[in-house]
Design a protein around this ligand. Structure first.
Ligand code: ACO
Length: 366
């Protein structure tokens, strides 16, 4: 039985289209200077007509599988963490499962807003550590631009679209996922929410008229909450891993606001240089922000095999959490796997299954 959940693959995907602060200033009453000084954001990527949460998730997943050298049909579990699912159901994870041809994977979505990736990482790691599964794909994917009110300057400047994915694999060598902390406080649910479109307030002409299908946020209160919990969650996760902050090479925080990250670094008494920051180019991509930042940390050489890294985030719910991971190298394999090639096979398989289901329906219907 395997004991350790290693991150052996990583991939990201952001839409091509960029939206700069200058362009935003043409849309709402704001300025590049205000956005940069209050948030640290300069530009964000916005989904084009062809991009969806599932399409970005699929690309990120295939890239992660390629790094891990893992065939999609070896994946046992797919978790897509998102607040902007393709549909309320079926799960976006099932759409991804079908598109990549993960023929034996169970797939479900997880909603914990911006903390979702940390929660999903925890769930998948536990399943690997207790021997239920061997290989998992954990994906954070968002198209927040579709639920942002582009006339509301307090929210529309913050968010961006994108996806990031990790492959987790069970191995016998020590390392990988070391500890995780998951917390929530539903009493703060009204501070950041999307009021309509669920079962309590179904979509209607009135909800659309009142803009209840957009993100509503009390920015100041979320800011206060975030600065408090980032420090607390990091300390708890580091302690649970039986480490101290001196053992941590890199902190990858949720990329919501530079001032929140600066406050967390001050609270933890670590130099800001030990925190990965890329929100200037992506804005807040919610649950995708941590895996996207991790991919860029690896690419830039700031995160290497053997390093110990903290992922820490907060979000609507309210939710917050952190995990400590010892970063791994991809598993050694004899032959290079090209998961991208499975996309066409997956498409054919999907069409075939639909055709079979159609004919079965005709036969049994008679
Ligand atoms: N351009 C110019 N002025 C603005 C803008 C803007 N885009 N937005 C707000 N203002 C104005 C306000 O109207 C206010 O004016 P007033 O003083 O005349 O009333 C002034 O700027 C200050 O507003 P504050 O809300 O106090 O600004 P603050 O410094 O708190 O920054 C911000 C606002 C950036 C939203 C900050 O509070 C923040 O980052 N909060 C956390 C948000 C967050 O992280 N949300 C995501 C959570 S993760 C998830 O689950 C999706």
């Amino acid at each position: 039985m395997t004991q350790y959940a290693h991150i052996t693959g990583w991939g990201m995907c952001v839409p091509e289209k960029k939206l700069t602060n200058a362009a935003l200033a043409q849309m709402v009453d704001t300025t590049d200077e205000w956005i940069r000084t209050r948030t640290g954001i300069s530009e964000r990527h916005i989904a084009g007509n062809e991009d969806t949460t599932a399409s970005l998730a699929t690309e990120a997943a295939l890239r992660a599988l390629q790094v891990a050298n893992l065939r999609p049909d070896k994946v046992d579990l797919i978790i897509v963490s998102t607040s902007t699912p393709e549909y309320i159901f079926p799960a976006t994870a099932c759409v991804v499962q079908d598109r990549i041809g993960a023929t034996k994977a169970g797939a479900f979505d997880l909603l914990a807003a911006c903390s979702g990736f940390i929660f999903a990482l925890n769930v998948a790691s536990q399943a690997i550590q207790n021997g239920t599964i061997v290989n998992a794909l954990v994906i954070g994917s968002e198209t927040l631009s579709r639920i942002v009110d582009w006339g509301d300057r307090e929210t529309c400047i913050l968010f961006g679209d994108g996806a990031g994915a990790f492959v987790l694999q069970g191995r016998n060598d020590p390392g990988g996922y070391l500890s995780g902390v998951m917390r929530s406080d539903g009493s703060g649910g009204d501070l950041l929410n999307l009021p309509a479109g669920g079962s309590k307030i179904p979509t209607s002409l009135a909800t659309i008229h009142e803009g209840l299908h957009y993100i509503h946020m009390n920015g100041r209160e979320v800011f206060r909450f975030a600065t408090r919990v980032m420090v607390q969650a990091t300390q708890e996760a580091v302690q649970a891993a039986q480490l101290t902050l001196d053992d941590i090479q890199l902190v990858i925080p949720h990329q919501a606001n530079l001032r929140i990250i600066e406050a967390a670094a001050r609270g933890l008494d670590i130099p800001l240089e030990r925190c990965m920051i890329n929100l200037d180019r992506y804005g807040n991509t919610s649950t995708a922000s941590i895996p996207i930042a991790a991919c860029e940390a690896v690419e830039s050489g700031r995160l290497k095999a053997g390093d110990k890294v903290v992922f820490v985030g907060f979000g609507a719910g309210l939710t917050w959490g952190a995990s400590v991971v010892q970063w791994s190298a991809p598993s050694e394999v004899k032959r290079k796997v090209r998961p991208e090639r499975y996309r066409l096979l997956a498409r054919l398989r999907s069409v075939l299954l639909r055709v079979i289901r159609h004919f079965e329906g005709l036969i049994w219907g008679q």
